[in-house]
Design a protein around this ligand. Structure first.
Ligand SMILES: *[C@@H]1O[C@H](CO)[C@@H](O)[C@H](O)[C@H]1NC(C)=O
Length: 231
């Protein structure tokens, strides 16, 4: 669906517009890679530049992303800092035929942790990240909240950094079951933090940003999400 839409747009543009240096201004321009405030929300957008990725901040808590044969990207809106007790309401569309996630994502420091509440996903099941000890991870069981069932678990990825050797990043996950996946709803963050603390031994550090993120890896799709400022 998304690729048809994108190529239909390109074909129309190519037919209608003479090839001049002015032509590019008619191509929709996305938000540049970066992070900061936009219309009362914190946003963060990053891509490694592969393929076509257009992320756009829209009014209030809204954003859209279109990606075609992307390499890797990540973008969304929310708050900085995050809160453990926030109920996060979002709504929209998420269409991905390839590996992509729609999640509440945030980070803490001391200790350095990335956390994910994955609400919807594409072709790759995110629980494979921590199932069966992959990525030094482990499963922590299942929790029921917000009308769905989530599998929880963590991974510990070791990255080589240019100075100082290895860097370990812990990621904790709640992954909404395939049957309950959704692109609109409310996420009770406290319920997830309580489960991560109790079942995974998470130590919660200083909260950094917390956003409703769309991310993709090697593939195509589109999402349009509005985060509402409740709680
Ligand atoms: C979040 O939602 C839950 C369930 O409705 C409620 O019990 C809790 O008080 C809410 N938390 C906040 C901070 O509003």
């Amino acid at each position: 669906m998304a690729s048809l839409k994108y190529f239909a747009f390109c074909a129309a543009a190519a037919l209608a517009i003479p090839v001049t240096p002015e032509a590019p201004e008619l191509v929709p321009r996305g938000t540049a890679v970066g992070n900061g405030e936009h219309d009362g929300f914190f946003y963060n957008f990053w891509t490694d530049g592969g393929g076509h990725v257009t992320y756009q901040n829209k009014a209030n808590g809204a954003y859209s992303v279109d990606w075609q044969d992307c390499s890797s990207f990540f973008g969304g809106k929310g708050w900085n800092p995050g809160r453990m007790d926030r109920n996060i309401t979002f709504s929209g569309r998420f269409n991905a035929e390839s590996n992509a996630y729609l999640s509440v994502y945030g980070t803490t420091r001391n200790p350095k942790v990335e956390y994910y509440v994955i609400e919807d996903y594409g072709s790759y099941d995110p629980t494979l990240q921590f199932a069966g000890g992959i990525q030094n991870g482990r499963e922590g069981g299942t929790i029921q909240v917000d009308g769905g069932s989530y599998k929880i678990g963590y991974t510990r990825h070791t990255f080589m950094v240019p100075v100082g050797g290895d860097s370990v990043v812990t990621r904790v996950y709640s992954v909404r079951s395939a049957a309950d996946r959704r692109a609109s709803g409310t996420v009770n963050m406290q319920a997830h933090f309580d489960a991560w603390i109790e079942k995974l031994g998470l130590r919660v550090g200083t909260m950094e940003f917390q956003i409703v993120a769309t991310e993709g890896y090697k593939g195509s799709g589109e999402a349009e999400i509005t985060v509402s400022k409740r709680a």
